[in-house]
Structures are given as C-alpha cells and as structure tokens.
Write a protein that binds this ligand. Structure first.
Ligand SMILES: [Zn+2]
Ligand SMILES: [Zn+2]
Length: 286
C-alpha cells in the first residue's frame, strides 16, 4: 500500500504534476483507457461483422433478422459513452485519492502478500464480482426498478458492441461502486484489480456484440447467454458465469415461456409444451 502511494506520488512529481493537475491527468488517462478499449475493440468487431459481413448475417448474427434502428443505436451509443466518461471520472479520482494517501487495501508489490495469496484473492475477487453483478442485476429486474431504471439497458433488444454500457447512469454507478468498495477493505493486488475490470469490460463487449462467440475458457459462457437475456428479458442474470443462474433456477429453461411482462426470473408455463424427460431442462450456453 505504501509502495503504491509512493509510486503514484513519484510519477506525478516526475511529470511535474500535483494537485488539480495530477487529478485531471489521472481522470483523462482513465477516461481514455475505457473509451479506447470500448470503441477500439468494439469498433473492430463492428467493422468486421456489421459492416463487412452485413449481407451474410445469418452465418454470424445471433438475431440474424433483427437490426437495431439507427436512431435508437445512436442514442444507445451516446449513453454508453457518457457512462464510460463517468467511469473514467470515478476511477481517475480513485487513483488520485490513493496518490494522496487515501485509504485503500490495494497493494502494488506482489511480495507484500506473496503469489499464493495474490492468485487466490484474484480468483475469489472474480467470483465475488460475478456474485455482485448477478444479485444487483436480478434486483434490477424487480418490477419498479426494471420499469424506472433498468429499462434503459433493455431498450436495445438486439445489442451491438456499442450498446454494452448503455444503461441508466444510476445503474452504471451502482456497478462501479460494487466493484470499487471491496478494495477499501480486502487486500488485492492493483494489477489484479485493473485486470479484472478490463476482463469484465472486454467480455461484456463480446456478450453484447450480437455475434455468436464461443470461448475456450471453460468457465466462460457463450455470447448467446446474455443475448438471450435481451430477447427474453427476465432470465440469465449472470455476467460471465452461469453458476448463480443455475443455482437459483433463473437460467433460461427450454420448457418455459419468457417475455417482457413475465417477471420473477423463472418464466411461465409454456402452453402445449412439456418438460423434456431426463436431460438438462436448461438451455446449453457452453
Ligand atoms: Zn437485464
Ligand atoms: Zn445487456
């Protein structure tokens, strides 16, 4: 922790920055970092599929016949960019607070806690981030919160890479806070923390890409898992792992009916269909 403060302070001094100028520099770097990943990586996916392969959408697009209208897409992209700017403001201010000796449990030198602790805390941090995302998201699907807050995110039924962070700013802030708060109490390597944030952003972009993507990472669900969340609304609340959805029965089932007005996460009985005997009742998103 002391090393992290000293490092940031020295970097600021070396660049001749202090006070408001150091804060402005850290905010700018954080904002640019988020925007470059979002529009750089998202832009590559968009160019490669939506522009160059638009005519053969049936071979790559999850909702092959549904394209988001231009006006809605423009609105969604500008809301997403605005949220990323808020995110940059927050993480830049957080880095500035650390540079001024603010309280945080992040550490810079792996030697402080050793590799075993560093690796274990990163894995646990990933699972806890996932748990926070699942329960926050599930709460957002309660009737009141869905209609007043989370509806922003669900205006886009066929998401694209640029609509990943399209959501009510209050929702975006709640996700940011659940990610940042634990770092004040639980020691975590700064590299792991940045790595986890970048991982979540990159995979979220792929999950919202609208492109069929399967990952070789065994714990990572395919992009259809979250795309189906946009099609069917109240199911598949998880982010990267399907564990919590399976555990709570909110993973989409083959024998249930879902839709905008079917709240609760477990669907409604589907007329004329019976549960498949034996076999897994849940849709396969591997
Ligand atoms: Zn949702
Ligand atoms: Zn989404």
């Amino acid at each position: 922790m002391e090393a992290l403060v000293a490092d940031l302070w020295q970097a600021g001094q070396a660049a001749g920055l202090e006070g408001a100028r150091l804060w402005a520099a850290l905010v700018t770097v954080s904002m640019l970092g988020g925007l470059v990943i979002y529009f750089g990586f998202g832009g590559l996916l968009y160019l490669r599929y939506y522009i160059l392969r638009r005519d053969d959408a049936a071979t790559w697009k999850l909702q092959a016949k549904r394209f988001t209208p231009k006006k809605l897409h423009r609105w969604a992209t500008s809301v997403a960019a605005g949220n990323l700017a808020i995110g940059g403001l927050l993480s830049g201010s957080y880095a500035y607070a650390i540079s001024q000796g603010g309280p945080t449990a992040l550490y810079l030198d792996v030697g402080e806690y050793g590799w075993t602790y560093t690796i274990l805390s990163t894995v646990i941090g990933f699972v806890l981030l996932e748990a926070a995302a699942y329960y926050t998201h599930r709460a957002l699907h309660g009737k009141w919160l869905f209609r007043h807050v989370h509806r922003w995110h669900h205006r886009v039924v066929a998401p694209t890479p640029f609509t990943t962070t399209t959501m009510h700013p209050a929702e975006f802030l709640s996700f940011q806070l659940t990610a940042f708060l634990p770092t004040f109490f639980v020691p975590l390597w700064a590299g792991s923390f940045i790595g986890l944030l970048v991982y979540v952003l990159i995979f979220n972009i792929m999950d919202h890409s609208g492109i069929e993507i399967h990952h070789s990472l065994p714990w990572q669900s395919s992009s259809r898992y979250h795309d189906d969340h946009h099609v069917h609304f109240h199911c598949n609340y998880g982010q990267n792992l399907m564990f919590f959805d399976r555990f709570h029965g909110t993973l989409r089932r083959k024998d249930r009916r879902y839709g905008k007005d079917v709240f609760g996460g477990r669907g409604a009985p589907a007329a004329g269909e019976t549960a498949p005997d034996g076999g897994d009742p849940f849709v396969d998103y591997s």
